[in-house]
Design a binder for this molecule. Structure first.
Ligand SMILES: [Zn+2]
Length: 231
């Protein structure tokens, strides 16, 4: 394939759903902050998610030839490489643009997309995070501890985007916040469950696949999104 000199400054990342895909182009000649902004903008173009409510994109790749500890994306020897890019400049200070370009992305930049929805700590807003898994980490037929096939398709993503574009702030305006603090965590959880049940959107948050619920990769707190006594 012939590439102009200009193209050598670019990397293409393929983002896949089971029934759609989109190529993200990273132009390394830009400043780091602009590279990040462009990545979120191009992902939003594909997903329909509001950029300001998308807080991070997390890429996972299987172990490669880069040796710990020189590679900042491998946190212990033999583990998967993990690159988290935050949607604000102060989040991305632990590595450089060159680290990302030369130590994470390579020739095979094909990733499958899961999108994780959550609420902020005080449940006054919705947030989304993109989880992008290299193809070699995925079982093509079954969900594994990282990746859920059920939620990696256009229909599911469209529903998630609709939820994210819902005017959650105005919904909450009529539902005053209780006195929330880390000390009354049960109240915080109960409120989250009630919101998800009221809006009937729990299945698009973190309980859509039982395999995924048992996922400990990201050390996430999994919440029940239905009332225990509901039929
Ligand atoms: Zn699944």
């Amino acid at each position: 394939m012939n590439q102009s000199d200009h193209d050598f400054d670019k990397t293409t990342i393929r983002v896949e759903l089971s029934d759609a895909h989109h190529d993200i182009i990273i132009d390394w000649s830009k400043e780091f902050d602009d590279v990040v902004k462009e990545m979120f903008r191009q992902l939003a173009e594909f997903t329909g998610m509001p950029i300001e409510k998308t807080w991070a994109v997390r890429f996972m790749k299987p172990p490669g030839n880069d040796v710990h500890p020189e590679n900042p994306f491998v946190h212990f020897a033999g583990s998967n490489s993990c690159l988290v890019i935050g949607n604000s400049p102060e989040f991305n200070i632990q590595y450089t643009k060159e680290d990302i370009r030369y130590k994470f992305f390579g020739d095979d930049n094909c990733f499958a997309l899961n999108t994780m929805l959550d609420t902020t700590f005080f449940e006054n807003d919705l947030t989304a995070e993109y989880l992008l898994f290299h193809r070699d980490l995925i079982d093509e037929t079954e969900c594994n501890t990282m990746f859920c096939h059920h939620s990696s398709n256009r229909a599911f993503l469209d529903k998630q985007a609709k939820i994210m574009n819902f005017n959650f702030e105005s919904y909450l305006r009529d539902r005053p916040l209780p006195n929330l603090s880390i000390d009354n965590f049960d109240v915080i959880l109960a409120r989250k469950w009630k919101i998800l049940v009221d809006l009937n959107i729990g299945q698009y948050f973190d309980s859509y696949c039982k395999v995924y619920v048992s996922n400990e990769t990201f050390d996430r707190r999994r919440l029940r999104t239905y009332w225990p006594n509901r039929g």
